[in-house]
Design a protein around this ligand. Structure first.
Ligand code: IPM
Ligand code: MG
Length: 364
């Protein structure tokens, strides 16, 4: 029997409680489809600093390299704010992304009709949104050298190479081929040299995908267009920092950052985590929305294990729970049934078990 191994890295703040909900849904999934996964947990971020003095302990990295997929909660807590930036919890996340070469970060932004009210935008603007943000994750300002700080000055370096741009662009076009065949590449080519190279390389890669309609947009315009007319976008391709910012903005279109799942893919490894942070002020209160984390588990089952039809049922289960009126506080309207983190996990797991089973995916 093949073993399917998942490295589980709950991290800090709300990390452990949201990861528990994803694992609850995984358990229901195992029961429903008669398969099993091997789970092994390890510390990262503040938890790594507490246990091993570093945000990415060696054992955690080794486990993550050996597993088929990594499932992560979130990192960061106020109590580490005074630490040297080089050993802050966030470094654990950046280091694991780099070490596993997770260059492609996919963040799906989809409007759920039951949640149209939760958006701060008018319903007709958000109804039907289906955007895939494809964010480059291992280059740009986050990793460029030199990186220095003195009393009077600080320096971050924005750098991109042709191969780095080529592989993320290719990924975006491949994804677009499975969707509505549109790529909008976001840059700041009127000012930045890295963006000019970005644009040239994206144009070159586009030649291999004649069926995909490519457009380019400056990042300031893109952030405005996301609010003005988000439905114009299918795949939004962009570099690391712009992608960080635009994906948070895009998530709010559909009501809450708590809905935004993500997959980070590399040539050999894959990691799945919600796009939001560790929200330490909510930790341990059983209050926050676990849906982004649960939907990250859905992406894991779909993209790492190829169980496309089966994983789609997690989406159906979520739609059912939302249709039944259950909400966490961040997406609740007047009169909604507001439930906690753990109850939302229970509801989605229960709904999954009740759905009629689909045909098995041929590639599962
Ligand atoms: C994200 C987060 C991280 C990032 C932080 C926690 C380092 O904001 O995944 O979007 O900036 O990439
Ligand atoms: Mg972010």
């Amino acid at each position: 029997m093949t073993t399917r191994k998942i490295a589980v890295l709950p991290g800090d703040g709300i990390g452990p409680e949201i990861v528990d909900q994803g694992l609850k849904v995984l358990k229901a999934f195992e029961q429903k489809f008669g398969i099993s996964f091997e789970l092994e947990e390890a510390p990262i971020g503040g938890a790594g600093i507490d246990s091993d003095g570093v945000p990415l302990p060696e054992q955690t990295l080794k486990l993550s390299q050996e597993a088929d997929a990594v499932y992560l909660g979130a990192v960061g807590d106020y109590k580490y704010d005074d630490l040297d930036p080089a050993i802050r919890p966030e470094q654990g996340l950046l280091q694991i992304r780099k070490a596993l070469e997770l260059f492609a970060n996919l963040r799906p932004v989809k409007a759920y009709s039951a949640l149209l009210h939760a958006s701060t935008l008018k319903s007709d603007i958000v109804d039907g949104i289906d955007i895939m943000v494809v964010r480059e994750l291992t280059g740009g300002l986050y990793f460029g050298k030199p990186k220095q700080r003195t009393e009077q000055a600080a320096l971050d370096t924005m750098t991109y190479t042709r191969p780095e741009i080529e592989r993320i662009a290719r990924k975006a076009f491949e994804i677009a081929m499975l969707r509505n065949k549109k790529v909008c590449s976001v840059d700041k080519a009127n000012v930045l040299l890295t963006s000019q190279l970005w644009r040239d390389v994206v144009d070159e890669v586009a030649k291999d995908f004649p069926a995909v309609e490519l457009s380019h947009m400056y990042v300031d315009n893109a952030s405005m267009q996301l609010i003005r007319n988000p439905k114009q976008f299918d795949v939004l391709l962009t570099e690391n920092t712009f992608g960080d910012i635009l994906s948070d903005e895009a998530s709010m279109l559909t009501g809450s950052l708590g809905m935004l799942a993500s997959a980070s893919l590399g040539p050999k490894h894959a990691m799945y985590e919600p796009s939001h942070g560790s929200a330490p002020k909510y930790a341990g209160q059983n209050k926050v929305n676990p849906i982004a984390t649960i939907m990250s588990m859905k992406m894991l089952l779909e993209l790492t294990f190829g169980m496309v039809n089966e994983a789609a049922q997690i989406d159906e289960a979520l739609i059912q729970v939302l249709a039944d009126g259950y909400r966490t506080y961040d997406i609740a309207e007047e009169g909604a049934k507001v439930i906690g983190t753990s109850e939302m996990g229970d509801k989605i797991a229960e709904a999954l078990l009740k759905l009629p089973s689909p045909l098995a995916s041929s590639n599962a």
